[in-house]
Design a protein around this ligand. Structure first.
Ligand SMILES: Cc1cc2nc3c(=O)[nH]c(=O)nc-3n(C[C@H](O)[C@H](O)[C@H](O)COP(=O)(O)O)c2cc1C
Length: 195
């Protein structure tokens, strides 16, 4: 039985570049997700996670993980009542590091409620479509609508960071609020809500 406590939503920063905006976007979105989903939110940055290229000797579908970095990552997703993946668009797709992180696990994604948030010059829709394909294939319960954030050139400063992340995400907030509300409902329906 689900308890009356607030679910845990893990928000994954999908970009790992040394100079990037994914961290800024995620920090701007996290409080909105927490409020609308009525959830505890924890941000997991793939750059900090620092996973190597998939180095598990056995297929992740067997769940027989050899490495501590895999077990830690598996525990993070397993403990999440829902996940938000915040991904840029790179060359019409999503980052290789994000695919690598997804592929490390298997059962942990099954029926996990997932919201896809993408960004790019045109909202990152192609990245989102690819992410949806893979996450649905692996059995995640992906929300029906992705949230897209369009980054205009003037949002960037001379160092390729966002001048004002709040302003950059502002147009996407109504869609994010709606999606986060639904994600919270899905997370609470989840019998895994425990803490
Ligand atoms: C390798 C690479 C490929 C990119 N391809 C696209 C693209 O296909 N469409 C797009 O709108 N922007 C593209 N961009 C621009 C990114 O949307 C922009 O750099 C964004 O800040 C990347 O997110 P990040 O800074 O969090 O890594 C690309 C950027 C990089 C680094």
């Amino acid at each position: 039985m689900a308890t009356a406590t607030r679910p845990l939503v893990t928000v994954v920063v999908g970009s790992t570049r040394p100079i990037r905006v994914g961290d800024q976007i995620t920090q701007a979105l996290a409080p909105v997700i927490a409020e609308e989903a009525d959830a505890r939110v924890e941000v997991v940055d793939l750059r900090d996670l620092d996973l190597p290229l998939l180095d598990e000797p056995r297929m992740p579908a067997l769940g027989d993980y050899a490495h501590d970095h895999t077990k830690d990552w598996a525990r993070t997703i397993e403990a999440s009542d829902a996940v938000v993946i915040v991904s840029p668009q790179y060359n019409g797709g999503y980052p290789a590091g994000l695919k690598n992180a997804i592929d490390f696990l298997y059962a942990e994604w099954k029926e996990r409620p997932v919201l896809i948030v993408t960004y790019g010059g045109h909202g990152g829709g192609m990245s989102g479509a690819q992410l949806r394909h893979v996450l649905e294939f692996i059995g995640a319960a992906v929300l029906p609508e992705n949230v897209e954030i369009t980054l205009k050139p003037e949002f960037y400063d001379a160092d390729w960071r966002l001048v004002d992340a709040q302003a950059a995400v502002a147009e996407a907030l109504p869609a994010l609020r709606e999606a986060a509300g639904l994600l919270g409902e899905r997370a609470r329906e989840d019998e895994r809500v425990s803490a």
